[in-house]
Design a protein around this ligand. Sequence first.
Ligand SMILES: [Zn+2]
Length: 128
Amino acid sequence: MFFYDESINTCPNMTVDKISDVKINLQGAIKDLDYQIQSLSQQDPLFGFISSKYIRCGKENCRCKQSPKSQHGPYFYLRLEPEYKFTKYLGKRIPDAVEERIIIGSTIKELERKRKKLNLTLEKIDNL
Ligand SMILES: [Zn+2]
């Protein structure tokens, strides 16, 4: 794992040697992120989130008709990108596999954000 120190980025007294060290560290960190993203991408990620809601069943005599507190649920739904328009009903329990795949998906997103940040820093250094 490569280590990247953000404070180095703002140091005004950097020597050329240090700048190239930082560049090498950044490139290494980006490569490391590439690798992590690539291997997570092979684990069937889902990009989205899980939502839940309570419902009324529609039966005339059911208690859910009288009080919102007596509604049925929660029932879980998977909502996927883009724009979370795709919704899949999951039922009363979130399947473990779905939850894992959601976590993998959000981890990938997080790593991509980090990589973007590092790439921007690298660009800034190149423009010094
Ligand atoms: Zn009901």
